[in-house]
Design a binder for this molecule. Structure first.
Ligand SMILES: Nc1nc2c(ncn2[C@@H]2O[C@H](COP(=O)(O)OP(=O)(O)OP(=O)(O)O)[C@@H](O)[C@H]2O)c(=O)[nH]1
Ligand SMILES: [Mg+2]
Length: 376
């Protein structure tokens, strides 16, 4: 590891710092990063600010450092898109992303670069590996929040602190990014997934609580995180992200069917079985269709809804009919009569679930022209 070493590492480094109203933090941040410049062939600092009205340009101008570049965005907003803008303007072979509020100690950048040179394709400044820590005084809620968020990122990476916004990667890793979706706050997680990193390494950091300036963390940031996880799931595991909601919706549809049957039974006691079963089945199918179109086939909502609904009903009617046939056939056999209903509905439901999912996926929500939108 190179931390604190004065030997020059022959690589060019770009440090990208997204900022919003961080003017008070620039003197110390720039001072501490400046102290690292001798460690590398060259080092540039790119600050991507979203038009803060706290004197950010004046502070940067007063510090007058030719290796520091300020990009002020006036149309786009948001942390992740600011990072992406900074990455795309950077010239270095190694790209570092960090916060402006000095939570991330710039002094470990040397260790991060060393980890890249030793074969990592992504490096995270991590609170949760031996040697890493957070400032005392984190409330239980903030700690729990961070743990739950980390746990939700498990399907995507083995990194223990994927929420960290302190990252390093090679330029070629960044160049391989596909379908970047700059939603939410967790650009590290987005990059590790969309750059298809396979060898992420963590370097311990002590994460300081911000001393100056205001936090931009809010409840809406947490909501955005949930949506971000859903989008990453759909991108990385499209099949399961479709089938699991489809199965859950199917189970809820059975509840709707039984509920409607009971309701009709109360209000229309004289009706024959088929007279209540058909509208109840149609009601359950409508329920399933709307939820499936939203949750299981989110990508295919461009085509006409009526045409899709008719196709959906036609397909779902097949297992329903088989279910009825199997039940009646077994009911005729004296040996299995007591089990007939149960076996019939279990076989029918399992077969129906797979059949419906495959057929609706292919025929109703398939990639026909105008049906499917871009992934994500
Ligand atoms: N360009 C840009 N930067 C932002 C935006 N929101 C936050 N940032 C910057 O992103 C970094 C992280 O934001 P913080 O507010 O420190 O978020 P946090 O570290 O999760 O929370 P605290 O440290 O408790 O405030 C800081 O450098 C912010 O200035 C934004 O909308 N646009
Ligand atoms: Mg912070």
């Amino acid at each position: 590891m190179t931390s604190g070493s004065s030997k020059t590492v022959s690589t060019t480094v770009s440090v990208i710092v997204p900022t919003y109203e961080e003017a008070v933090n620039f003197p110390e941040l720039i001072d501490r990063i400046s102290a690292l410049r001798g460690q590398f062939t060259s080092l540039e600092l790119i600050i991507v600010d979203d038009n803060s009205q706290d004197g950010t340009p004046e502070v940067i101008a007063r510090l007058a450092q030719d290796w520091v570049r300020l990009i002020v965005r006036t149309t786009d907003r948001g942390l992740s898109s600011a990072v992406i803008r900074g990455l795309s303007e950077a010239n270095g072979d190694v790209l570092i992303v960090m916060d402006a509020d000095l939570s991330h100690p710039p002094e470990v950048i040397g260790d991060m670069v060393a980890a890249l040179q030793e074969g990592a394709d992504f490096v995270v400044g991590s609170r949760y590996v031996p040697g890493g820590s957070t400032e005392d005084g984190w409330g239980v809620l903030r700690w729990l929040n961070s743990k739950v968020a980390t746990w939700m990122a498990r399907p995507f990476t083995t990194v223990r602190d994927p929420m960290s916004g302190f990252l390093a990667m090679h330029r070629h890793t960044w160049a391989a990014a596909v379908d970047l979706d700059p939603v939410g706050y967790k650009i590290g997680l987005e990059l590790v997934v969309k750059c298809r990193c396979t060898h992420a390494v963590e370097v311990p950091i002590h994460f300081s609580t911000r001393i100056r300036g205001e936090s931009k963390l809010s409840l809406s940031v947490q909501m955005q995180y949930l949506l971000h996880i859903v989008r990453l799931m759909r991108w990385k595991f499209p099949g399961w992200s479709s089938f699991l909601p489809f199965a859950a919706v199917g189970a809820s549809g059975m509840g709707v069917y039984v509920g409607l049957l009971a309701l009709f039974g109360v209000f229309w006691a004289s009706a024959a079985t088929w007279q209540v079963a058909i509208p109840a089945a149609l009601g359950a199918m409508a329920w399933n269709f709307l939820l499936d179109r939203w949750l299981a086939f989110w990508y295919a909502d461009r085509a006409g809804i009526l045409r899709q609904f008719l196709g959906f009903v036609a397909i779902c009617s097949v297992p329903v009919a088989i279910n009825i046939l199997v039940t009646t056939w077994l009911a005729d056999d004296a040996m299995v009569t007591p089990l007939a209903g149960l076996i019939g509905s279990l076989v029918g439901s399992a077969a129906g679930l797979i059949f419906n999912w495959m057929m609706t996926r292919w025929l109703v929500f398939g990639e026909t022209k105008g049906n499917v939108r871009a992934p994500g």
